[in-house]
Design a protein around this ligand. Structure first.
Ligand code: NAD
Length: 256
């Protein structure tokens, strides 16, 4: 039933966003990829996905730090049956030293962009008579860690906004939910492994289990493919009454 529907996935030229895009394209969805760059590789990625799965895939550049560009992304997409708010950045510093520009950027990209895209997409979903809003929050939308004030604030914020969108659409065939991943093996996390090995003088496996996955009881990373499958489930008819809630994909992190 998803064939022919269009999904807009923010921040989808790498990592979790790209994993969700791959799962969606494989399920027959048309996909709009996005990031703030406009490189040959970005458009090549769209072509590759389209060819592999025989669906329509476009790459649209939009800097989601800017509200008008976030709204424009949805307008340019022209259709948005499924909106995945995934774009996000991180900065780690004590609150008394946290650069104001970083705070503003994290709140803008990780939280406010979802307000703008959702505002632009809801009228399209209502017109189409069906819709799914999927916000990629984090275990940090439910739990805190030191030195991540802006990230934790933005992720708790997006969990809250998800509930409001769910209530405002409760009697319509539209749902809004947040997926809360624990640690996922994306290029970003992969890059931290050699430094962690060096810093703690550990082999790869020990560095992963004892440092990176310190708070993830399963001692396994979640994968971008598992997140794609979770997002796809939220798009299915089986999930039609799941709204205003969070799904953790965190190997037990938030059970503690
Ligand atoms: P990533 O860096 O691979 O992906 C982030 C994406 O956002 C990229 O495509 C990037 O280009 C895009 N982006 C960044 N700034 C942007 C901007 N101004 N405008 C448009 N796009 C922008 O990282 P990821 O791990 O795949 O993260 C994706 C989401 O998942 C984020 O919201 C992150 O907070 C969340 N998350 C990640 C993990 C993890 O362990 N990797 C865990 C929990 C939650």
């Amino acid at each position: 039933a998803l064939t022919g529907k269009t999904a807009v996935i923010t921040g989808s030229n790498s990592g979790i966003g790209l994993g969700i895009a791959r799962s969606f394209a494989a399920a027959g969805l048309n996909v709009v990829l996005n990031s703030y760059t406009d490189r040959k590789e970005d458009h090549a990625l769209a072509e590759e996905l389209a060819k592999a799965h025989g669906v329509d895939v476009r790459y649209i550049k939009a800097d989601l730090a800017k509200g008008d560009e976030a709204r424009n992304l949805i307008e340019e997409a022209g259709a948005c049956d499924i909106l995945v708010n995934n774009a996000g950045i991180q900065h780690v510093a004590g609150i008394d030293e946290f650069p104001t520009a970083k705070w503003d950027a994290i709140i803008a990209i990780n939280l406010s962009s979802a307000f703008h895209t959702t505002a632009a997409a809801l009228p399209m979903m209502r017109k189409a008579g069906w819709g799914r809003v999927i916000n990629i929050a984090s275990a940090h939308g439910l739990r805190a860690s030191p030195y991540k004030s802006a990230y934790v604030a933005a992720k708790h914020g997006i969990v809250g906004m998800t509930k409001v969108v769910a209530l405002e659409t409760a009697q319509e065939p539209i749902t809004a939910n947040a997926i809360c991943p624990g640690y996922v093996l994306t290029p970003l996390v992969e890059e931290q492994i050699p430094d962690t090995m060096k810093k703690y003088d550990m082999d790869r496996e020990t560095a992963i289990k004892e440092v990176l996955l310190d708070r993830q009881p399963s001692k396994e990373f979640a994968t971008t493919d598992q997140l794609g499958g979770t997002a796809l489930f939220l798009c299915s008819d089986h999930a039609a009454q799941i709204t205003g809630t969070t799904i953790s994909v965190d190997g037990g992190w938030t059970a503690m």
